[in-house]
Write a protein that binds this ligand. Structure first.
Ligand code: SAH
Ligand code: SF4
Length: 388
């Protein structure tokens, strides 16, 4: 397995709070408060001259202003003295990452291309429903895992996103949609799915830190029941994810035989189907009410036969599961085609008849290349076009 090189801020300016990654090579700027937890915010207040005995209180207040109110300036923070606000302003910022592009699809799907301090970019996509909506966020720039049907896997530049960069995706989306302060209910960003660029379990520490901030009931307050983490099958991290975060799990299965899955999802060579399904059986946060989603991309004449569907049913026995059939989204140069409607329906019927819910995902945002597997930095394309 290729591991993503750990990102580290080398020359951290003196005012950096420990554990908050940032700096010249990536992240948000080192003195940006976004992404910090209460303790880090308390430490920031002390750095700005607050008495240590007041640190906890200030940490809580800053947390509230950042993540409940969505404050974009220190001036708004009226529960904090003017004096301290001025000193915080000298040392710290609340600046969001730059937005290289923000596009809206005809179907309402919205895509942000965010640009971080090192110029690297990652995408977040909002998929609205009538009275709710999911925000699909990225965990890495690119992905090292090179699944053969996935556009993101063809991107060469790869690095982990910092916890701050992961949290910032939600903050930018909420800024655009106007969802501050955190609404009690009726939210258009009601759910989070980690299904954007990257493999979240290869960047687990940053994902854990980010989700801990995101799930906190006094801040952004999106509960673990409304968060789904999708993995291609980094087996050793699955149990830890369930135990520490308790979020919903989605598994990118895509094939029912190791021979084929080795090609479609190469991490299968390291963690084959049998081990992956055992980790699912053992997943601490699943039960009949919170089923594990098995994602299955429909590739014409590759994995879409009736025999494949029957084998899938056999494999899932004993796992609280539902199946999500994803019509393949083509991208330029892709070596696959999407299955026919007939094949998809036949597959869905077999899985359904065996008692598993198996909705076919309706592609959203295809016109802005925001559908599954199409996320790729527009700037990479733009650069290529410019040098052609
Ligand atoms: N790396 C993680 C999460 C991001 S991918 C994972 O693989 O699970 C999110 C989902 O989109 C995965 O199920 C992935 O297999 C699927 N996907 C990737 N490329 C696709 C494509 N071209 N068409 C349809 N789905 C695709
Ligand atoms: Fe990476 Fe997921 Fe794409 Fe595979 S499907 S290359 S793991 S983003």
């Amino acid at each position: 397995m290729t591991l993503v090189p750990e990102y580290r801020a080398a020359d951290r300016p003196a005012a950096t709070v420990s554990g908050h990654e940032g700096g010249p090579e990536g992240g948000l700027s080192a003195n940006n408060l976004i992404g910090m937890d209460r303790d880090q915010l308390a430490a920031a207040a002390v750095m700005a001259g607050e008495q240590p005995r007041q640190a906890r209180l200030r940490g809580r207040q800053l947390f509230h202003w950042l993540y409940h109110r969505g404050a974009t300036s220190f001036d708004e923070m009226t529960t904090i003295s003017k004096n301290l606000r001025a000193r915080l302003k000298e040392k710290f910022t609340l600046e969001r990452p730059g937005t290289s592009a923000c596009q809206q699809s005809r179907d309402g799907t919205r895509k942000w291309l965010l640009r971080f301090a090192d110029g690297q970019e990652a995408e977040a996509v909002h998929i609205p429903e009538e009275d709710r909506g999911a925000l699909c966020i990225s965990s890495q720039v690119g992905c090292t895992l090179t699944c053969s049907f996935c556009h993101t896997g063809t991107q060469r530049l790869v690095r982990n996103l910092t916890a701050a960069e992961i949290v910032a995706q939600i903050m930018v989306a909420r800024d655009t949609i106007g969802e501050w302060p955190t609404p009690k209910d009726h939210r258009m960003i009601s759910n989070i799915v980690l299904m954007g660029m990257g493999e979240p379990l290869l960047n687990y520490d940053n994902v854990r830190r980010a989700l801990t901030v995101i799930m906190d009931a006094e801040g952004i307050a999106i509960s673990k029941r409304r968060i789904t983490l999708s993995t291609s099958g980094v087996v050793p991290k699955i149990e830890q994810c369930g135990r520490e975060l308790g979020v919903n799990l989605a598994i990118s299965l895509h094939a029912v035989h190791d021979e084929l899955r080795d090609i479609l999802v190469p991490i299968n060579k390291r963690y084959p189907i049998g081990e992956l399904l055992q980790a699912c059986r053992d997943y601490p946060a699943s039960n009949n009410a919170r089923r594990i989603t098995f994602e299955y991309v429909m590739l014409r004449d590759v994995n879409d036969s009736a025999a494949d569907a029957r084998e899938l049913v056999r494999l899932l026995r004993g796992i609280p599961a539902k199946v999500n059939l994803i019509p393949f989204n083509p991208w330029p140069g892709a070596p696959y085609e999407c299955s026919t409607a007939k094949a998809i329906n036949r597959f869905a019927a077999i899985v359904n008849d065996a008692g598993y819910s198996s909705p076919v995902r309706v592609p959203r945002g295809r016109d802005i290349m925001a559908a599954c597997g199409q996320l790729k930095s527009a700037s990479v394309k733009a650069r290529r076009a410019a040098s052609a």
